[in-house]
Every structure is written in C-alpha cells, then in structure tokens.
Design a protein around this ligand. Structure first.
Ligand code: PEP
Ligand code: MN
Length: 301
C-alpha cells in the first residue's frame, strides 16, 4: 500500500503501473489515511506519563468527576479513584454545557486543583479543551487533552491540538459516523501527533430513557480499521449510574483499551452529571467486578 498525502486531486499512477510485477493499481480515497490500518498495520500504544493504552496493555481506567468544583472535592475524588484502582484522573475545568446558565467550570483555577490532586494521588490527569486559546495553559497542567463530543469536528481546534504533541483523548461526536470520527482523528495525526486515544461515549438515537445509546460495535470495528486505541465512556453513554458497571464490563469484553468513569464524592451535590456519577464506594465495587473479568480475559492486573 502506498499512502499519498496532500494531493489536490487524482494521482497520476503511470510511474507505478508500468513497474515490473504491477498488474493493476487500485485507488483508495478515504478521508483518513494516517489513522488507517491499511497504512500502519501495527497497533499504536499511547503513553500518557507512563500509563499505556493499546493492544496487549491492561485496559486503563480513567475516573473522576465531570467538573472540578472545589479543591476539597477534587482531592477527595482523586483519593477515592486511586483507592479503587484507577490509573488516571479526570475532571473538567472548561465545561461545554448545553445551556449558558449551567455551571461552566472553574477555568484555570480548576486546572490547578486538578494538577494538585493528580500529583497527590500519583495519577496522570486528563481535562477537556474547548478553545485554541486554552491549549497553552492546559498543556502546562494536564498530561492529556480531551476533545469532547461537541468539538469533534472543530477542525481548527483539532489541528492545534495536533501541533502540541500532547496525548489526546478524542471523543466521538454524538451524531458522528465512524468515518467522520476517524477523519477527525486524522486531523490530529496529520499534524505529526500519533498519541490519540479514541473514545466511544454513546450516540444520539430515538431512545430517551438513556442519555445516549452506547454503540459498542465501534470498538471491534475501529480495531479492524485503525491502529489507534479506543476506550469507552459508559457514564455519558447511559446517563444512569445503575447502568455503568454492566456497560463497563460489556466494553471490556468487546476489547476496549480502557474506560472513562465519572465518580463524585457526593453525586447528589454534583454541579454536573450527578445522575451518572458513581460514589467512591460505587466505584470500588465496579473495580472489584472488573478485576475478576480482567483476569478472565487474560490480563495480569
Ligand atoms: C465529559 O467527559 O465530561 C463530556 C462533556 O463528555 P462528552 O464530550 O462525551 O459529552
Ligand atoms: Mn460529564
């Protein structure tokens, strides 16, 4: 396979077609090439400050609150998720809320609490970037950049995120096809940044009982199509605390390289996504459940 990038139109293949041993040339024009397995068959392992995502690695559990609310809340959450066995900590400082009157996040002050909690617990941290101007300060405070569902096709943001070289967690847009999802990842990789972890977080369907519909088939599908790791976020996919453990287990069975779980010290008081957040105890139970499954699936830890 020969990957051609940057061409403005049809590629003249006469110099290849006439080589000895070439019977025919088949043009494949996908909007993504660099993330495709056709051109890069070896699975990519993404290393986030020592935590590895990808084929052959134990699935990584990222956990923490939806939003960073106070220093105490973030410290308590970090302690709980660390005790449960999470390998990374999450928390949003810049929140993409549906309405302008909802809590929008603490901004840079929140990043400080997140970094502090990450250091105290020894967990690398991931947080969402919404705008290009936030990139510099987020890179200073976080080990991984999250591009949320609502920004999956913010192409200018994707390009700049690519230029940072920082590991990226790219969430699937709520109505994005697989091709659009991979094409979005291509924007980041095309800037020379291969450290991209994809995240299935549920898609919008006619069903309203759950917040979204978890499209688990993308996990094995993406593994067929792309060399990039893919994780699952059952919290946003279901919107319901009671469903998170079952869908976490399902995700691991179909081959997810990790999970992202919302955990809050007191979900009833959460400023964002309380209904889908587990308590520290709930998270510990989930991790207990998962532990048995992981050893059944052949992972060491
Ligand atoms: C989040 O992770 O808190 C979030 C906003 O997720 P999504 O972009 O998938 O809605
Ligand atoms: Mn959330």
């Amino acid at each position: 396979a020969i990957g051609v990038l940057g061409n403005q139109g049809y590629v003249d293949d006469s110099s290849i077609r006439t080589l000895p041993g070439v019977r025919e040339t088949i043009h494949v024009s996908k909007p993504y090439k660099m993330v495709s397995k056709d051109f890069h068959p070896k699975p990519t392992i993404v290393d986030v400050s020592g935590v590895k995502f990808g084929d052959g690695e134990t699935p990584v559990v990222i956990a923490g609150p939806c939003s960073i609310e106070t220093e105490e809340q973030m410290m308590a959450a970090a302690e709980q998720v660390k005790a449960g066995g999470a390998k990374m900590l999450r928390g949003g400082a810049f929140k993409p809320r549906t309405g302008p009157h909802s809590f929008q996040g603490l901004g840079v002050e929140g990043l400080k609490y997140l970094q502090q909690a990450g250091k105290a617990s020894g967990l690398p941290v991931v947080t969402e970037v919404m705008r290009i101007e936030q990139l510099e300060v987020i890179c200073q405070h976080a080990d991984m950049l999250q591009v949320g569902a609502r920004n999956m096709q913010n192409f200018d943001l994707l390009k700049e995120v690519g230029k940072t070289g920082h590991p990226v967690l790219l969430k699937r847009g709520m109505s994005a096809t697989i091709e659009e999802f991979l094409a979005a990842a291509e924007y980041i990789v095309a800037e020379g940044n291969n450290n991209v972890v994809l995240c299935e977080r549920g898609i919008r369907t006619f069903e309203k009982t759950t917040r979204n519909t978890l499209d688990l088939s993308v996990v094995p599908l993406i593994s067929e199509m792309s060399h990039l790791p893919i994780i699952v976020d059952p919290s946003h996919a279901t919107g319901k605390r009671s469903l998170v453990t079952a869908m976490s287990k399902a995700a691991l069975v179909v081959g997810a390289h990790g999970l992202m779980i919302e955990v809050h010290p007191d979900p009833t008081k959460a400023l964002c996504d309380g209904a889908q957040s587990l308590t520290g105890d709930g998270f510990a139970e989930l991790m207990d459940d998962i532990c048995g499954l992981l050893s059944y699936l052949g992972y060491s830890e």
